[in-house]
Ligand binder design. Structure first.
Ligand SMILES: [Zn+2]
Length: 104
């Protein structure tokens, strides 16, 4: 199946189609306003979060060691919760094999 951007679309040719689109958009036309400058997530306040796990001792109490990705990345210590989940997710996504076209 072709990606959504390559699928054929019906052209907007009639006045009723334009009227329906304006009604859908609440009457607004033209360029949309730029997105608000919001960080995707806030920086972690824990000082030793994300440190490399070179030595076996955790840098702080309750820190979780997350293994690196399949591409040879080093393991790191993360605080439990959001940072651990983000690191494990990133490692899992990087472990997905790359197809011959460079696409995962
Ligand atoms: Zn953290």
């Amino acid at each position: 199946m072709r990606p959504r951007a390559q699928r054929p679309r019906l052209p907007e040719t009639s006045a009723r189609q334009r009227k329906a689109r304006l009604a859908w958009n609440g009457g607004m036309t033209g360029e949309s306003r730029p997105p608000a400058p919001v960080a995707p997530f806030e920086a972690c306040p824990v000082t030793c979060c994300g440190t490399p796990a070179d030595d076996q001792a955790p840098p702080g109490g309750g820190m979780v060691q997350v293994a690196g990705a399949a591409d040879g990345a080093d393991a790191h210590w993360y605080c439990p919760g959001r940072c651990t989940v983000l690191a494990r997710t990133r490692a899992e996504l990087r472990a997905v094999p790359v197809r011959p076209g460079g696409v995962r």
